[in-house]
Design a protein around this ligand. Structure first.
Ligand code: FMN
Length: 313
């Protein structure tokens, strides 16, 4: 049975990856899980300089999901290359480094330094909902303005991805936000700009309030919703995007089981990422690999790629 899938120049031993920000830098999980069995590890997003992230509380549980506003806490590029990457590359599976920046120049700086260090693929996080938050609290004007992420604008997406494409040979996986009216428009812009792969979705912008204190449950006021609550929304977006583009798509959003992963693949995802599920069960991604094998065996599927986009309509 063939479980290998291709994402740009990367060949994954199976389609199961762990989603950025939900699996640390993998070493944290090594005692619990056979991390090398994963198709790939997608690291927590790194930025050029270290970031402390947002003030706590940064997580809140919701019905069938979780809100987070971590704010891209990370140790920065230099510390990542010195202290995290050497151990990651010894694990024996593909390592995809998630990167974020607020300028094209910084995106290029990150990509070129990672490429020089031997990294083969980056996930370009154009979609974090939890940074650059700005509220206008004047009494007259209670309007809240939030900085847009690159992936909320087709032209901005095109500009960043094409700038990166000109400067690096890395496999470019572009991670999209669901917080848009038409995600296919953004996906097409990323593809035209030279993305090798698309990853969707990041979290949905949400909010929760404690009625006793009347305070937002998250200090940042808003946060990103993840977990089973978002799965049908994410499956729909993967379905739409996979039919619109020619490049492979990684499906992300509420995948808790092999059945969930299969739904995304049948909708058109070549690979999938497991996120919030790892908080509930650190072995979730590994169990999903086993479940995919079983499904292929029971359904006499010799090559998992044959399932991709094979929805019966
Ligand atoms: C606590 C937490 C931190 C996250 N950090 C990042 C991040 O640094 N970069 C990123 O691209 N996505 C980040 N995400 C989003 C996930 O990678 C994923 O896209 C999202 O959670 C949807 O998948 P899920 O429902 O399986 O969790 C984070 C999600 C959570 C829950």
């Amino acid at each position: 049975m063939n479980l290998h899938v291709k994402l740009g120049k990367l060949k994954l031993k199976n389609p199961v990856t762990v989603a950025s920000g939900t699996f640390g830098y993998a070493k944290e999980f090594e005692d619990l899980v056979s991390v090398k069995s994963l198709g790939a590890i997608i690291t927590k997003t790194i930025t050029v300089n270290p970031r402390l992230g947002n003030p706590p509380p940064r997580l809140a549980e919701t019905a069938s999901g979780m809100l987070n506003a971590i704010g891209l806490q990370n140790e920065g590029l230099d510390n990542f290359l010195k202290f995290k990457y050497p151990a990651l590359k010894k694990i024996g599976t593909e390592v995809i480094v998630s990167i974020s920046a607020q300028t094209k120049k910084d995106f290029i700086f990150l990509a070129q330094n990672l490429e020089s260090a031997g990294v083969k693929a980056v996930e370009v996080n154009l979609s974090c909902p939890n940074i650059s938050y700005a509220a206008n609290n004047s009494k007259k004007n209670q309007q809240i303005s939030r900085a847009k992420s690159f992936a909320q604008d087709a032209k901005a997406t095109y500009d960043v991805v094409s700038a990166l494409r000109k400067k690096t040979k890395l496999t470019l996986i572009v991670k999209l936000t669901p917080n848009v009216t038409d995600i296919t428009e953004i996906a097409l812009a990323a593809e035209r700009a030279g993305a090798d792969v698309l990853s969707l979705v990041n979290t949905f912008l949400g909010m929760a309030i404690d009625v006793e204190t009347r305070l937002p449950k998250i200090a940042n006021i808003t946060g990103g919703l993840s977990g089973p609550a978002i799965k049908p929304l994410a499956v729909r977006m993967v379905y739409d995007v996979a039919r619109a583009v020619k490049i492979p798509v990684i499906g992300v959003g509420g995948i808790m089981s092999a059945e969930d992963a299969l739904e995304f693949m049948i909708a058109g995802a070549r690979a999938i990422s497991v996120g919030t599920a790892s908080f509930v069960n650190p072995k979730a991604a590994i169990e999903i690999i086993e479940g995919l094998k079983l499904y292929c065996k029971e359904n006499k599927i010799k090559d998992i790629n044959k399932l991709v986009g094979k929805i019966s309509l």
